[in-house]
Design a protein around this ligand. Structure first.
Ligand code: DGL
Length: 269
């Protein structure tokens, strides 16, 4: 695999574009092939077996695109499928959970950390596992926030309804006295202003996408496949359904012109 090959990035849908955005910012020389499983989203309420099956199909598709490394941008897939996929492939692959936990463990001063994510991510307990492996003194409290995903997809980023739902989900977390909150789902960084307003300035909001892009750079450097040619990066987008909705969302999230996505029959992989 050459350093000129693209990086494969996948998510259950559009949310992983927040990770793409961060990779574009930190690694402007890297081309990417993005797959969003828009036909089968959400993953956050599905079983491990299903998420693993879907993730394997997507990895298979990305391998056909000759990617040099894969980023699992979806927190749920990182939580439920990454360990198993890692055993099966021979190119570098990283998820968003470990980098996110690392960053939170670094910045906490009180060792009291909150995690929000999908039902499956929170139920898996994976963020807590990584946090406590880094520092056994850490206490972590998790809360599933399933309504945040549709609110973001409806574009209600600054809206009274979103503020109400944030209060409903996070009031116990606020009382718990955490000093850092991991935004453990691809969509949540898009409502970070509203979440930050509610939690208050004393709570640091951790966006795993930032640390994931940093870890990706370190990994590519270590494997000697970082693209340092200075050539223009190019981006391809694939989805399993709903091209128009994807394009509208992508245009709002990404800082550049977004080529039209192509529909893929992912079940055939
Ligand atoms: N991408 C998912 C995640 O980060 C959120 C949407 C879903 O439930 O599929 O966990």
């Amino acid at each position: 695999m050459s350093s000129h090959s693209p990086i494969g990035v996948f998510d259950s849908g559009v949310g992983g574009l927040t990770v793409v955005k961060e990779i574009m910012r930190q690694l402007p020389g890297e081309s990417m092939v993005y797959f969003g499983d828009t036909a089968r989203v959400p993953y956050g309420s599905k079983s491990k077996d299903t998420v693993l099956k879907y993730s394997k199909q997507i990895v298979h598709f990305l391998r056909k695109k000759e990617v040099k490394a894969i980023v699992v941008a979806c927190n749920t897939a990182s939580a439920l499928a990454l360990d198993e996929i890692k055993q099966e492939i021979d190119i570098p692959i990283i998820g968003v959970v470990e980098p996110g936990a690392k960053m939170a463990a670094e910045i906490t001063k009180t060792n009291s950390i909150g995690i929000i994510g999908t039902e499956s991510t929170i139920k898996s307990g994976i963020y807590t596992k990584y946090l406590r492996a880094i520092n056994p003194e850490i206490t972590a409290v998790g809360r599933a926030c399933p309504l945040f995903v549709p609110l973001v997809e409806e574009g209600l980023l600054e809206d009274r309804i979103t503020d109400d739902v944030i209060e409903r989900y996070l009031h116990e977390m606020k009382e718990y006295g955490i000093d850092s909150l991991i935004l453990g789902c691809t969509h949540y960084p898009l409502i970070r202003n509203a979440i930050g307003r509610y939690m208050g300035a004393e709570v640091n909001l951790v966006n795993p996408a930032y640390e994931t892009a940093k870890s990706l750079k370190a990994l590519l450097t270590e494997q000697q496949i970082l693209n340092q040619s200075g050539e223009q990066a190019h981006y391809e987008y694939y989805v399993s359904d709903g091209v128009d909705k994807f394009s509208t969302f992508a245009a709002k999230v990404l800082p550049c012109h977004v080529e039209r996505a192509t529909v893929v029959d992912i079940e055939s992989y």
